[in-house]
Design a protein around this ligand. Sequence first.
Ligand SMILES: [Cu+2]
Length: 282
Amino acid sequence: MKKENTVIVALAVLAAVIAATWLILVAPALTGNEINMPRGVTQQSADHFDLHMYVLWVCVIIGIGVFTMMFTSIVLHRKSRGHEPAKFSHSTKAEIIWTIIPILILIAMAVPATTALVRMEDSSGAEMTVKITGFQWRWKYEYLDQDISFISSLEPASNAARQLNSGVAPESVDNYLLDVDHPLVLPIGKKIKFLITADDVIHSWWVPDLGWKRDAIPGFINEAWTNIKEPGTYRGQCAELCGKDHGFMPIVVIALAEDEFETWVSDQLAETRQSDVQGTAQ
Ligand SMILES: [Cu+2]
């Protein structure tokens, strides 16, 4: 085959591979069927999203290159065309090239990944601390600086609907299995440290919009931190199979502006004081 024909086949294959890649990566987003991870509401989650996209595009470029070369060779160098295989058994030049190029690619991915990981582990300078304890099958939140603590369980309406033969249609319950009775309320724009542990089996505290998940292990305290940029409601779930009700211990984080958070704190403290007084009176 002439040289121009080789180029035409290679270009056709390249176009087909790019079209297939585009269909898989971009088309779902355009039709509203987003399959990507969320960008989130913290610097960490944005870092992780950008890193994920960067590595994805490195993979896409490698994939396009490899598949184009592979299919072009399969089409042009097939046996039925009488193509003779090359006879060489060793090439030092090829060995050097296919060792150095992957090393460079790995370094280019490892540097930003390590930087993000180091930043993720650095919880120093936190302005408040929340201790999270996983139980079968609920979460306990303790605000160590504010002296507030409560248990967060599946919201009663979801809990009633999930029972066998409850007669309640799950679709009729708002945020079915994703709501809790006492959400974790946090201020925005503050570095918040989490101490994460468990009281019975291993759980995992995961809110995708914050950009990380952390195992809650009995006898160990794992650290994590966040600094939420936007007020809102962010949902998550236990991400470690922890027993029969693993699917029924959701997480809800409500991020409030600083002053609203302060009001929430004083309301909570007033409520605790009132119940203390009632407890003593009885
Ligand atoms: Cu769990």
